[in-house]
Write a protein that binds this ligand. Structure first.
Ligand code: ZN
Ligand code: ZN
Length: 397
């Protein structure tokens, strides 16, 4: 390992500016080859560590979780390393082809997928599949592997599926997965149903890309499921999203720019959220006051109260019927009551201070892209430049 380290040091001290194009290209070839060898060698060690169960000594339940903690990588990355290690061990011909530089690690990943489908059939086909990997581009190999899987898949493979949701830096999350036919169809159908309903809402301000619409639709589906009353309870409560906001930052955030992180607002799995988001989440929620000391130890927990009581919500539905934004019309199950003057700033939870808004328009209002006020008891909307926004049927010709 010390020879390896000094070789790496030498590599790092190379002045690449003096190298010719050919030298740079051949360096790149060498590095690609080395990377493949590293991958196989990492795999060998990972597989051996897993066999020894070394992770259990540190209290981890799997090698992937131990790796993720030790190298501070995402759980899905660590799980990928473990999967690759197991696959390489079970595919000796493929591993040899990787080391000798004949096939790339993308090809190995494809072959590993094929092996997952039917391990026994794979060992009989390994030589010919690796041969295909040697000569075909990754795209063509994908077709070959898909056809092979189709012919050899065990029944169990058709049912196999996985999903990873990983919170990333900066309060976001990444989604990755591999779904079986049934789940894929259900997901696509549900996403399409939400998108179709949105198209019918005839929303002129909607300039979102198809990818953005799909992501919004997924959020909406989960949101409505969490809001539905027939859900099972866990530990005596229906699971819900908990936002922790300190009162001081709520007051401060009313005029804060939308993207600024509010130090006092957090989602449990994602971390800090922006001030504008904190205000939006708290517009209609169940609020529990928890008084803490300087070290965040709870001193007193108050009663949980709903900001908008059911009878006011009902009156709001009668007045606004659907999202009140001009030409939107998304149904009430997609909407939240919005406080024109936020309750933390003394705005009353009364019809004279509430507007029913769908999630999308609620977000746009809190990010100050539009504003809303109540004129003669009815919501009136303005663009950020102050001009009035009218529904198409009320707009002057
Ligand atoms: Zn609001
Ligand atoms: Zn709307």
């Amino acid at each position: 390992m010390s020879t390896l380290r000094s070789a790496l040091d030498e590599l790092r001290s190379t002045d690449i500016l003096v190298l010719s194009d050919e030298q740079l290209a051949s360096d790149l070839d060498e590095l690609e080859h080395a990377t493949r060898v590293f991958e196989v060698e990492r795999g060998r060690r990972v597989a051996e560590l897993e066999r020894r169960g070394a992770y259990a000594r540190d209290g981890h339940l799997s090698l992937a979780s131990w790796l993720a903690a030790r190298h501070r990588v995402e759980p899905s990355t660590a799980a990928g390393h473990v999967r690759m290690a197991r696959a390489l061990e079970a595919m000796p011909v493929a591993a040899e082809a990787l080391v000798s530089g004949d096939v790339s690690s993308s090809a190995i990943t494809l072959l590993a997928h094929a092996r997952d489908a039917s391990p026994d059939a794979f060992s009989r086909s390994e030589e010919s599949l690796v041969d295909a990997a040697r000569t075909l581009s990754v795209d063509h190999l994908k077709d070959v592997v898909a056809r092979w899987r189709h012919d050899h898949a065990d029944d169990a493979d058709e049912d196999r599926q996985e999903l990873f949701v990983t919170p990333t830096l900066g309060g976001r999350g990444r989604l990755a997965g591999d779904l079986n036919a049934e789940t894929t169809q259900v997901l696509v159908t549900a996403l399409r149903a939400v998108q179709d309903a949105e198209v019918r809402s005839n929303d002129r301000t909607d300039t979102r890309s198809p990818a953005r619409r799909r992501a919004d639709a997924l959020g909406e589906i989960c949101r409505q499921w969490l809001d539905s009353s027939g859900r099972p309870t866990v530990a005596g409560e229906r699971p819900h999203v908990i936002v922790t906001i300190d009162l001081e930052s709520l007051g401060r955030s009313e005029n804060a720019p939308g993207t600024a992180r509010s130090a006092g607002a957090r989602l449990p799995d994602v971390g800090a959220i922006s001030a504008a988001h904190a205000l939006m989440w708290s517009c209609d929620a169940q609020v529990t006051r928890v008084i803490t000391d300087a070290a965040s130890r709870p001193l007193d927990v108050g009663r949980t109260t709903r900001i908008t009581p059911p009878w006011i919500r009902k009156a709001l539905l009668v007045r606004d019927k659907s999202c009140a934004f001009p030409d939107c019309g998304r149904p009430p199950s997609w909407c939240d009551p919005h406080h024109v003057v936020h309750w933390t700033n003394g705005g009353p939870t009364a019809l004279s201070n509430l507007v029913l808004l769908c999630r999308r328009h609620h977000r746009l209002i809190h990010h100050k892209r539009f504003s809303v006020e109540l004129v003669d008891g009815l919501p009136r909307f303005r663009r950020a430049d102050g001009t009035a926004l009218e529904a198409a049927d009320r707009a002057p010709p």
